[in-house]
Write a protein that binds this ligand. Structure first.
Ligand SMILES: Nc1ncnc2c1ncn2[C@@H]1O[C@H](COP(=O)(O)OP(=O)(O)OP(=O)(O)O)[C@@H](O)[C@H]1O
Ligand SMILES: [Mg+2]
Length: 250
């Protein structure tokens, strides 16, 4: 059965970096059928994976605002499904789907229903669906992402980041979604700083899945626009993420 893993947290905490390294870990462990979903409106997972995006799901939904967009002789449903199937970026081991930005005013129930059905069918073709989500968990709450088996809540090493992670956890609980495993991951942190954050972490009620140290190689790759998925295995961030995923039997 497909395993759905989502990564969420406040902006700039290290979600996309963690997501890219999670995908790297799965690839390194011979998991081949991986669908990466960029569900952050401020999408940048494609860059971390070294992939180019031509159009997003939002682009398709916006196009539908114009009734003339549907070609003559095609029903709207078939047109949307065709467009959705075109929006996947396919590579040998990893495919990518980008949700894109907010859709502006108006009701999108029809399109969202189709998207939900599309993702549910699509997900069945993969062993893993990995979602880079924002803190508002929009696609998870709307159930466009059908399920979450494991949620990683990412925080950087600040009390604000940890509190924000706590709010993501509260939000998740209020949604009443069944989530198998929820783990906090603190990034860009050392042992001393982690100790100082201990009380804040306890107050969130989240289990600490692990930490990722500050890694200058991550910065270097980002400065040079190199895909993070190509970070060497000697990188401290790669090692930490691999270790924590291995310990959690992901
Ligand atoms: N372990 C790390 N060591 C050093 N820098 C890191 C690490 N993880 C992330 N960063 C840096 O922190 C910044 C934010 O990382 P990232 O883009 O992964 O966060 P994000 O939560 O996805 O952000 P956004 O909300 O903008 O999508 C980037 O500049 C990245 O280079
Ligand atoms: Mg990001």
């Amino acid at each position: 059965m497909t395993k759905y893993i989502a990564v969420a947290g406040k902006g700039g905490t290290g979600k996309t970096t963690f997501t890219a390294l999670l995908i790297k870990y799965l690839s390194a462990n011979n998991k081949k059928a991986i669908l990466a979903v960029d569900a952050d409106p401020n999408a940048n997972l494609n860059e971390a994976l070294g992939l180019n995006v031509e159009f997003t799901i939002s682009d398709i939904l916006n196009e539908l605002k114009d009734p003339k967009a549907v070609p003559a002789g095609m029903t709207k449903d078939i047109f949307v499904e065709y467009k959705l199937s075109q929006s996947i970026i396919e590579t040998k081991d990893i495919d990518l789907l980008v949700m894109g930005g907010p859709q502006g005013p108006g009701c999108y129930c029809y399109a969202n229903d189709l998207l939900r059905k599309h993702l549910e069918t699509l997900g069945k073709n993969y062993e893993y669906v990995i979602v880079d989500s924002e803190a508002g968990l929009e696609h998870i709450s709307r159930k466009t992402i059908p399920r979450v088996d494991t949620l990683f809540v990412i925080s950087d090493c600040s009390a604000r980041g940890i509190r924000s992670a706590g709010r993501v956890y509260q939000l998740l609980k209020s949604l009443n979604n069944q989530v198998g495993l929820v783990q906090l991951v603190v990034t860009k942190v050392n042992e001393e700083q982690l100790k100082e954050l201990e009380q804040e972490i306890v107050q969130t009620g989240l289990a600490l899945g692990g930490t990722v140290p500050f890694d200058p190689m991550v910065i270097e790759f980002d400065v040079q626009s190199k895909p993070l998925i190509s970070l060497p295995e000697a990188s401290p961030a790669v090692q930490a993420v691999f270790q924590l995923l291995h310990a959690l039997e992901i």
